[in-house]
Design a protein around this ligand. Structure first.
Ligand code: WT7
Length: 704
């Protein structure tokens, strides 16, 4: 399928100039942006060096900005020293000590406000307590908490003493938690008795106990924050209550200056194969990226109330909750729970109550709330909002327009921000007072970022609208440094494809005649479910770990709200009794939830007698994708070992009558033009991908 065909279904030509009232007051104007771009282009390294000197407070200034130890390893500001927490908290104590740093709202409706002083004191107390428990420079601390202020306190307490934090999303299961604790070799785990989410209590301590029940010898202590007052088992000698350990600790703790390259955190993210990758970020570079991009992209002003809805378990919660806005001296909002409790107006109510001015969320949330209608947002005063942001996946034009009209009331620019856990901070995004926006495009790279689109040979794709690999040509301070404990995987995943010539993001994209970037999706076997990456291999491993399952293959299919949904094909061990398919499917869905967390739960599971394999034993994943998407099968199936299996995979083998409902389920019901476009575009892109890019991925996969 040619690029032209893809374009003809997308056909997005609307252009939105920055609203004049916004542009008139914006921190970055047209001429400022032009200046930033020209300085960065003339001397990219010097550009970042100047920013690092002016934006960060150094205990020991660096003398060299970038030392390239040979691609793909870069060291930024390497002989400088600073402390990240001091750069976010201590630096504001004088001028903004009494300013509110954090406004918290729990799902049950409880609220708390912490000033910069109070946040600083809480961080210091915990930092002192961690030290007393033997946590020091370079030790790893896993944080497994609800989205409550203590999660940020815990992150900063680690940063303060040079410990490396690794936040594990509270929605992940004990199995996923254990894997991460083990890989990081964590010395201490910080958790809570539970958290409120979706009207339920999430039993975090219980999950932690399960995780620690085996193979976690590195963990010496568990600190438990009381949030839900749910009874928990405390293991004497190992488990300690947060309120006990900080009791009597001093509210002052001198920040430890760390080397600029000292790891600030590890954050695990899914890859196409094997176990999750511990993405390792460095202290100074990450902080610089989080801070300057918050200022540029969100046009931050002193009186803003900034709400990024992301959990600290994701990178967005690191860069745009815990670090960026605090480094910039902002007031942030944090909400613990689900957007639909008690009803789908909760987000808008929070915006009204706390006077949110900048709101940053994910397309999946926008689509979910859009489905509930315009009446809910109309009930609330959203007049304080002045800027909206989106992140995590391409935002479909229909959701973009709804966000613009119903939430932004046609007054707020929308920044569609492209970046990744690996890039540390926003890379491609509009500058809200300057860049005209187009629904569905993340527009153009930020100053200092040389993005490009290249073909299979690594040559730039210059023809407008032709797709290719999204790459970054130059190193940047907030890039990942390596994968924890697996540098080889770092090299092979991000650099090997084009012999270290550039960073390979793993996304496909195209650029239009105005130089605007349009992200088309992942090029590897990674799904993007509700704005979060899931490795198909992880889900397959979880499925085959079930005693009744012999083989599994997982692919994605378009989903109206989540962007992509998980579709699994499974083969049972031995013979399967024909009557129990429904109960097996239900059991498997629960099983995956237990193993990995609800986010990975397959929407569809099809039980089949065999997977489609080539004669050399490779699973034909392209075929499975087409089936999952309800597309016509255009692949040549003659190379299959077992061509007869195709009908069964399509669910039409024995009961042709079933065909209709199956089809209906797979095609989005929506009929509006825009709704139709997105799945079509995805289909088109994926078919093309299959043909050109994903071929190499059809490799035999090791199991278990
Ligand atoms: C992948 C990174 C970065 C924080 C959230 C996700 C996709 C992200 C956009 C966007 C189109 C996007 C990409 C990327 N993605 N933002 N604005 N437009 N796609 O972080 O889990 O590291 O996932 O999310 O595919 O590679 P992540």
């Amino acid at each position: 399928m040619s690029r032209k065909n893809i374009e003809s279904v997308l056909n997005e030509e609307r252009l939105f100039e920055p609203p004049p009232a916004f542009a008139a007051q914006a921190g970055i104007r047209l001429e400022d942006l032009a200046m930033l771009h020209s300085r960065a282009a003339a001397d990219p390294v010097g550009f970042w060096g100047d920013l690092a000197r002016t934006e960060l407070i150094w205990d020991r200034p660096f003398t060299q900005v970038l030392d390239a130890g040979g691609a793909p390893h870069y060291r930024w500001f390497a002989d400088g020293r600073l402390n990240v927490s001091a750069n976010c908290l201590d630096r504001h104590l004088e001028a903004r000590g009494h300013k509110t740093a954090l406004i918290f709202e729990g799902e049950p409706g409880d609220t708390r406000r912490l000033s910069y002083r109070e946040l600083h004191a809480a961080v210091c107390r915990l930092a002192n307590a961690l030290r007393r428990l033997g946590v020091g420079y370079g030790d790893r601390v896993v944080i497994y908490m609800p989205l409550i202020p203590e999660s940020i306190v815990a992150m900063h307490a680690c940063a303060r003493i040079g410990a490396i934090h690794s936040v594990v999303f509270g929605g992940f299961s004990s199995v996923a938690l254990r894997e991460r604790i083990r890989d990081a070799g964590a010395k201490l785990v910080i958790t809570a008795d539970g958290g409120h989410r979706g009207g339920h209590v999430i039993p975090l301590k219980e999950a932690t106990d399960k995780a620690l029940a085996a193979d976690c010898d590195s963990v010496e202590h568990v600190i438990v924050c009381r949030r839900v007052s749910q009874p928990v088992t405390m293991r004497p000698g190992r488990d300690l209550w947060w309120h006990d350990v900080v009791d009597g600790e001093s509210p002052v703790c001198a920040p430890v200056p760390v080397d600029a390259e000292h790891p600030l955190f590890l954050l695990y993210t899914s890859g196409s194969t094997g176990k999750p990758k511990g993405i390792q970020h460095a202290s100074a570079g990450f902080l610089l990226g989080a801070k300057v991009t918050t200022q540029w992209v969100f046009d931050l002003r002193e009186d803003d109330v900034f709400w990024c809805t992301a959990d600290v378990g994701w990178v967005t919660g690191h860069s745009y909750n815990a670090y960026g806005p605090l480094a910039a001296g902002a007031t942030i909002v944090m909400y613990e729970g689900a957007p639909t409790i008690p009803d789908g107006g909760r987000f808008w109510k929070i915006c009204e109550t706390h006077g949110v001015t900048i709101f940053y969320t994910a397309p999946t949330a926008i689509r979910a709330l859009m489905k509930l209608g315009e009446e809910l947002p109309a009930r609330y005063d959203l007049s304080k909002l002045r800027l909206l942001g989106s992140v995590g996946e391409p935002i479909n034009p229909e959701a973009w327009m709804w966000y613009h009209r119903v939430i932004g009331r046609e007054r707020c620019p929308i920044v569609d921000t492209w970046w990744q856990t690996e890039t540390g901070a926003i890379m491609i995004s509009p500058i809200p007072g300057v860049t005209p926006t187009k629904p569905g495009s993340c527009t153009q790279p930020l100053p200092g970022i040389q993005a490009d689109i290249v073909d299979e040979a690594g040559e730039p794709v210059t023809q407008p609208d032709a797709g290719g690999y999204l790459v970054i040509r130059n190193p940047w301070p907030f890039m990942l440094r390596t994968i924890w404990g697996d540098d080889e995987r770092y090299r092979s995943t991000y650099w090997a494809k084009f012999q270290n010539r550039f960073y390979v993001a793993g996304d496909s994209a195209h650029r239009d005649a105005d130089g605007y970037y349009w992200i088309m999706g992942r090029i590897d076997d990674v799904l993007n479910v509700a704005g979060h990456r899931l490795g198909t291999m992880e889900i397959e491993s979880a499925l085959v770990a079930h005693p009744r399952i012999a083989e599994a293959a997982v692919v994605g299919r378009p989903h109206e709200i989540k962007g992509e949904a998980v579709f699994a094909f499974v083969v049972c061990r031995g013979t399967r009794a024909s009557g129990d398919t429904a109960s097996l499917v239900a059991e498997l869905r629960d099983w995956v939830t237990q193993q990995l967390g609800a986010i990975a739960r397959p929407d569809d599971i099809r039980v089949t007698d065999a997977l489609p394999k080539t004669r050399s034993g490779k699973i034909m994943r392209r075929l499975l994708r087409a089936i999952a998407r309800g597309e016509e099968i255009t692949q040549d199936v003659s190379t299959l070992e077992n061509p007869a299996i195709v009908d069964q995979l399509r669910g039409v083998e024995s009961k042709p009558a079933k065909r209709k409902p199956v089809k209906k389920k797979q095609k989005p019901r929506a009929v509006s033009r825009e709704k139709r476009k997105v799945p079509k575009k995805k289909q088109a892109a994926s078919t093309r991908k299959s043909a050109k890019m994903a071929r190499r991925k059809v490799a035999p996969r090791k199991r278990r």
